[in-house]
Design a protein around this ligand. Structure first.
Ligand code: ADP
Length: 262
């Protein structure tokens, strides 16, 4: 029996060591991502700035061909910057370097802003229906919350060709549930678990642009706010994403250290 006990103790010690190694590797990966994206930003920003300068009507006139080519440079550099920023955001959220700024949230303002800015993204024949938010007293971070919802709504609008994209909220117990539902292409069952993995895109989805970082980032932010993000999807019928947030997050819950985020 003693031998078995020693075996179990040794096994636990090894598991402990393995999980410490995994955590270290994960932290090193986040730091690496943050450093690389930070380093990439400066040259990309310079390219965008120089292209803008050359295209300025006040500078020497360019030929039509040169103007066209410069516009392509500008467009590609803009795409690259968006992706680098996505990477940087995710690395920051993963390494616990985003500190939620908790305060009473004006949900009507959050909903109104999203309704106004995202309506132009709806394809012809698709209705963006943003309900009035519930009269809940929510303490959270309105900037992070807006990022989560914008992310979900942008995806929904991107993958919906007809019908509607809706957002609504309701209170359940001490939680606020915010639901973004679409009547879009849905997500194949085999892929559903993987869409929250970094860089994962359902086959063919990269043609729609994006990086596969949006959902992992949204889930990470919801976690930072003490809540979660869930999905139900029916291929060919549509998808529903639900953000759950504590109405009043416990301070420890809303500001986890890097190791408890994982
Ligand atoms: P991105 O949108 O940048 O590709 P995301 O992490 O936001 O990355 O989403 C990952 C993948 O999940 C997308 O490429 C897409 O295939 C799928 N997806 C996300 N939201 C929806 C949705 N509302 N309807 C259908 N597919 C979706």
């Amino acid at each position: 029996l003693e031998q078995t006990n020693q075996g179990v103790v040794a096994l636990y010690a090894e598991l402990d060591e393995r999980s410490a190694q995994l955590r270290d590797a994960n932290e090193a990966k986040s730091r690496f991502l943050a450093n690389v994206s930070h380093e990439l930003r400066a040259p990309v920003t310079a390219i965008i700035g120089l292209a803008r300068l050359l295209l300025d009507p006040r500078s020497e006139p360019l030929t039509a061909e040169q103007t066209h080519q410069l516009q392509l440079v500008q467009g590609s550099a803009g795409d690259l910057l968006d992706r680098v920023n996505d990477l940087l955001d995710l690395a920051k959220a993963e390494s616990g370097r985003i500190e939620p700024n908790l305060a009473p949230v004006d949900l009507a303002a959050v909903f109104g802003q999203l309704r106004g800015t995202l309506r132009p993204l709806a394809k012809p024949g698709v209705e963006l229906e943003v309900d009035e938010p519930p009269a809940a007293e929510l303490v959270s971070d309105d900037v992070l919350l807006t990022q989560i919802l914008r992310n979900l709504l942008t995806n929904a609008l991107k993958f919906t060709e007809r019908g509607s994209v809706g957002m609504a909220g309701r209170v359940e117990g001490d939680q606020l549930l915010l639901v973004v539902a679409d009547t879009g292409i849905g997500i194949p069952f085999a892929e559903q678990r993987r869409v929250f993995e970094e860089f994962h895109q359902v086959r063919g989805a990269h043609q729609a642009g994006g990086t596969g970082l949006g959902l992992p980032y949204a889930r990470r932010l919801a976690g930072l706010l003490g809540g979660g993000l869930m999905m139900v999807s029916e291929p060919g019928e549509g998808s529903t994403f639900t953000v759950s947030l504590p109405l009043r997050p416990a301070p420890a819950e809303a500001a986890p250290g890097p190791s408890s985020v994982a």
